[in-house]
Design a protein around this ligand. Structure first.
Ligand SMILES: Cc1cc2nc3c(=O)[nH]c(=O)nc-3n(C[C@H](O)[C@H](O)[C@H](O)COP(=O)(O)OP(=O)(O)OC[C@H]3O[C@@H](n4cnc5c(N)ncnc54)[C@H](O)[C@@H]3O)c2cc1C
Length: 416
C-alpha cells in the first residue's frame, strides 16, 4: 500500500489552500486530499451569497472570537490580508476591495474562486478522493492509518485536519473533524452555532420579509454585549440580517448563560428628543389623521403598526389628535429602544460558522502543527476561532491552510 507524505482531510476552503501551498512548496511530496462529499468546495460556492467574500483589509483580533483571545493576536499577525490575496493572485484570480474593506473576486463569483483552486490542484497533480468520509485515524510508529466509512484505508506520514466544524452540515462538515482530533488526544471547547438568525419568540407576526436600516444592541441581563448597525431583517419569530448575525457571536457558550434581549433602534439617525419633537409636530399638524398614518415615510407600514401596538397605541384608527403627550413619548422611546427577548440560536443548518472548536493552545504558530501529536496539523473552522461576517472566516480558513501546508511540506522535504 502507498504511503503518502501528507494527507489532507477535508477539501473545503482550508484543505484546498493547504494542499496547494504544500504542493507549491515541495513539488516532489506525495500529497493526497480526501473529501467526504461527492465534490470539493461545496460550502465555498455558497459563501457571500455566491460572491465569496474571501478576506478583509482589517484583519485583527477585534474581528475574531476565541476562548484564548490572548493567542489571537500572534496567530493573526502571521496571516496578513496579503497572504490570502497574494495566494489567489498567484493562481490567476483578480481580487477587488470594496470601500468598506471587504474583498471579493473581481467577477463576484464564488465558482471562479473554486475553479482557480481546482485548476492549481490539477496542475500540481495532487489527487483528490471524493465521497471518502474518514472515520478513524490511528497513529502507529510515525505513520497514520486513516479509515473511511466505506472501509478504504490510507497510510500517511503527516495529516492535516481541515474537516471544518458543525455549521451548515448539508454543505460538508457535521463535526467529524472534531471527533478525529479527539481520537488523536485533542479536546474541544463547547460548540454553538454562530452567524445566523436570532430566535425572537415575542416578535409580532406579519413582519416577515421587512427590512429596515437600524441599530441592534444585544444585552445579557442588563449588560450591553455588542452593538451593530446595518440592514435589519425580520422573519417569522426571528430577527436576521448581518447586524443580527454579528450579535450571535456573543451568545451560546455555557459560560454565557443569562437572559438575552435585543434593543432595536429603528431610527438611529435621530435622537429620542428629535424624534419625539417630530412626532408631536406631526400630531399637531392636522395632516396625519389617524395613528396608522403617523409614522408614514419613516418605517415600512407593517413595522410601524407593530411598534405602535407594542407600546399600547391601539386601535390604529385612533385619531392622532387623541394621542396624549405620554403616548407620543412612549412611541418615540419604543422606536429608539424596542426591547425584544431573544434566545441563543440552536439551528446548525442555518449557521455560517461554529463558535468554539479545538483550543488554540493545542497548536503551534505559525505552523498550525499539533502540540499533542507530532505529524498532525489543524486548520480552519475545526479550531476555536470564529470571525465576524466580512470575509474573516474564509481569511482564517485560507491562511491557516496555507501556513500549515507550507510548514508540513517543509517538514516532509526535511525527512526525505
Ligand atoms: C452559507 C454560508 C456563507 C458563508 N459566507 C462566507 C463569506 O462570504 N465569507 C467568509 O469569510 N465566510 C463565510 N462563511 C464561512 C466559511 O465558509 C467557513 O468559515 C469556511 O468555509 C471554513 O472552511 P474550512 O475549510 O475550515 O471548513 P469547510 O469549508 O466546512 O470544509 C471542510 C470540508 O471537510 C469535509 N469533511 C468533513 N468531515 C470529513 C471527513 N470525515 N472526511 C473527509 N472530509 C470531511 C467537508 O465535507 C468539507 O468539504 C459562510 C458559511 C456559510 C455556510
Amino acid at each position: 500500500m502507498d504511503i503518502w507524505d501528507l494527507t489532507i482531510i477535508g477539501a473545503g476552503a482550508s484543505g484546498l489552500a493547504c494542499a496547494i501551498a504544500a504542493g507549491q512548496q515541495t513539488p516532489r511530496a506525495k500529497i493526497l486530499v480526501l473529501e467526504k462529499l461527492d465534490r470539493v468546495g461545496k460550502k465555498l460556492l455558497a459563501t457571500g451569497n455566491g460572491r465569496c467574500n474571501l478576506s478583509n483589509t482589517a484583519i485583527g483580533p477585534q474581528a475574531y472570537h476565541s476562548q484564548a483571545p490572548e493567542l489571537l493576536k500572534p496567530a493573526l499577525e502571521c496571516m496578513p490580508t496579503g497572504l490570502v490575496t497574494g495566494f489567489f493572485e498567484n493562481l490567476g484570480l483578480l481580487c477587488r476591495t470594496q470601500a468598506d474593506g471587504l474583498i471579493y473576486p473581481y467577477c463576484n463569483q464564488a465558482s471562479v474562486v473554486l475553479d482557480c483552486l481546482r485548476a492549481e490542484l490539477e496542475s500540481l497533480s495532487i489527487p483528490v478522493e471524493c465521497s471518502c468520509a474518514i472515520q478513524e485515524i490511528r497513529p502507529s510508529r510515525g505513520i497514520f492509518s486513516l479509515t473511511a466509512a466505506d472501509g478504504r484505508r490510507f497510510l500517511t506520514k503527516a495529516v492535516v485536519l481541515a474537516a471544518g466544524g458543525m455549521a451548515s452540515p448539508k454543505l460538508g462538515s457535521a463535526g467529524e473533524g472534531l471527533s478525529l482530533a479527539k481520537q488523536l488526544g485533542h479536546s474541544a471547547t463547547a460548540l454553538s452555532p454562530a452567524l445566523l438568525p436570532l430566535p425572537c419568540p415575542g416578535l409580532p407576526g406579519g413582519l416577515k420579509g421587512i427590512r429596515a436600516l437600524g441599530e441592534a444592541r444585544l444585552y445579557r441581563d442588563s449588560q450591553l454585549l455588542r452593538c451593530e448597525r446595518g440592514e435589519l431583517q425580520f422573519a417569522d419569530g426571528a430577527l436576521s440580517g448581518i447586524p443580527i448575525f454579528q450579535l450571535t457571536t456573543e451568545m451560546g457558550h455555557p459560560s454565557r448563560k443569562g437572559v438575552y434581549t435585543v434593543s432595536l433602534d429603528l431610527l438611529p439617525q435621530l435622537s429620542r428628543e428629535e424624534l419625539e419633537a417630530i412626532l408631536s409636530q406631526r400630531a399637531r399638524s392636522g395632516h396625519y389623521l389617524c395613528a396608522q398614518t403617523l409614522l408614514r415615510g419613516m418605517l415600512s407600514n407593517r413595522l410601524g403598526y407593530a411598534v405602535m401596538k407594542s407600546c399600547g397605541i391601539s386601535p390604529l384608527s385612533l385619531p392622532v389628535a387623541a394621542l396624549s403627550a405620554a403616548q407620543i413619548r412612549a412611541l418615540a422611546s419604543t422606536l429608539k429602544n424596542w426591547r425584544l427577548k431573544v434566545s441563543p440560536p440552536a439551528a446548525w443548518d442555518a449557521a455560517q460558522v461554529t463558535l468554539g472548536g479545538i483550543p488554540l493552545e493545542q497548536v503551534e504558530l505559525p505552523s498550525f502543527a499539533s502540540r499533542i501529536r507530532r505529524g498532525v496539523y489543524l486548520t480552519g473552522e475545526v479550531l476555536d476561532v470564529t470571525g465576524d461576517c466580512g470575509g474573516y472566516n474564509l481569511h482564517w480558513a485560507f491562511s491557516s491552510g496555507i501556513l500549515a501546508g507550507r510548514h508540513a511540506a517543509a517538514a516532509v522535504s526535511r525527512q526525505k
